[in-house]
Write a protein that binds this ligand. Structure first.
Ligand code: PMP
Ligand code: GLN
Length: 392
């Protein structure tokens, strides 16, 4: 393994899913739903396979039907207009979109400012591009609004501002945020946008959880804010929005020069992927908005079930405003090392979770936090909660 990748061994998701399988534990680690997406969209994939659509290399930028559907979705949901031919690129999941974007835009020695904890592939892709990551730590914080006190991981905008130097190439933002469940507010994003404009920075924004926001929280795409349309690369994924994580269909929307830069890298990663599934996802994107409402309501019920169960089991809980993850604090259980806790949890309780420390450069800042996924059937969550109830 070369020096750039030496610190990245097996991903925590592979390690923990293997641990779940070998111990027969309930897997609340890796984030994938245990119920597949809509039947009619699965049928659409079958039709595409059978009718020979996408069984051979699809066009490099993605099939026109999907590019048009992505553009129409951005217009309908956010009032953002993108040209499907020059401003939309289909990728092999958001994972490839992240990789291609960073490989295309980052020069060796450039600094990439990212929120910490960060999704694991950000660090590896910045490293592969020869860049330097500059993490800005989200910090636990209590907020009382309308008489309700909530704990949330919050971005300190002064810290973000201080992290930007003359060598900063881009800001890498993720909202709704994995693993904390934080949804950046319009006010926070407006300040991020102002900073990007002031320092003339590109912004890459990973919005794969755009449709998973709860309790009236609003997902604000960065590209909608003043000065951002031309300097923002937005990343989306059918894996999260339609519960087809195995299909690996994602996309990038950005100005033409940025999309063609990302495409230049992407064509030497996979060239193309997921032919027949691209047609099916194009159909998914044209489902009425009631699909997102029902999906969101279902996930909200699951969130509430897991949040209540974890609190009852003695965890400190950060109720997420978005994503399908709950970050917990294990110190109330008399624990302080999330790694040790997660490695012992299958034995102790028959449940698998993810230690948030893997998403930090400042490992000690993440040490007491552990992430649980709630994108599972209610019966599975109930069983998990019952098992975790024996810990205290
Ligand atoms: N970004 C974030 C924040 C994620 O959580 C994930 C994985 N769920 C991805 C990107 C990767 O998405 P995909 O499965 O579409 O590659
Ligand atoms: N994004 C998923 C998570 O955060 C996992 C994806 C993966 O296994 N790389 O759990």
């Amino acid at each position: 393994l070369n020096r750039r990748l030496a610190e990245f061994g097996t991903t925590i998701f592979a390690e923990m899913s293997a641990l779940a399988a070998s111990t027969g534990s309930i897997n609340l680690g890796q984030g994938f739903p245990d119920t597949d997406g809509p039947e009619e969209i699965r049928e659409a994939a079958v039709r595409a396979l059978r009718d020979g659509r996408g069984n051979q290399y699809p066009p490099g930028p993605g099939v026109p039907e999907l590019r048009m559907a992505v553009a129409a979705h951005q217009e309908r949901r956010y009032g953002l207009s993108f040209d499907p031919d020059t401003e939309v690129l289909v990728t092999a999941g958001a994972t490839e979109a992240i990789a291609a974007t960073l490989l295309a835009l980052v020069e060796p020695g450039d600094e990439v400012v990212a929120l910490e904890p960060y999704y694991d592939s950000y660090a590896a892709c910045v490293a592969m591009a020869g860049g330097t990551r500059v993490p800005v730590t989200l910090r636990p914080h209590e907020e009382t609004r309308d008489g309700v006190t909530r704990r949330r991981f919050r971005l300190d905008l002064d810290e973000l501002r201080d992290a930007v130097t003359d060598r900063t190439r881009l800001l890498l933002i993720n909202t709704p945020h994995n693993p904390t469940g934080t949804v950046l507010t319009r006010a926070e994003l407006t300040e991020i946008a102002a900073l990007a404009v002031e320092r003339d920075l590109l912004v890459v924004t990973d919005e794969v959880y755009e449709h998973l926001v709860f309790d009236g929280a609003e997902h604000v795409p960065l590209a909608t804010l003043p000065g951002m349309r031309g300097r923002t690369v937005t990343i989306g994924s059918a894996g999260k929005s339609y519960s087809f994580t195995g299909w690996k269909v994602g996309w990038v929307t950005a100005a033409p020069a940025l999309v063609s830069a990302v495409r230049a890298a992407k064509q030497f990663l996979t060239y193309v992927a997921s032919g027949p599934f691209q047609y099916a996802v194009a159909e998914a994107l044209t489902l009425p908005d009631t699909y997102f409402e029902e999906f969101g309501a279902d996930m909200l019920a699951k969130r509430n079930l897991l949040v209540a169960g974890l609190a009852k089991a003695g965890f400190g809980v950060f109720e997420p405003a978005g994503t399908y993850f709950v970050t917990t604090d294990i110190r109330p259980l008399g624990e302080s090392d999330g790694f040790a806790f997660c490695r012992a949890l299958p034995e102790r309780a028959g449940v698998v979770a993810i230690p948030n420390a893997v998403f930090y450069d400042h490992r000690e800042a993440g040490a007491p936090f552990v992430r649980f996924a709630f994108c599972k059937r209610a019966s599975v969550l109930e069983e998990a909660v019952e098992r975790l109830g024996t810990l205290a």
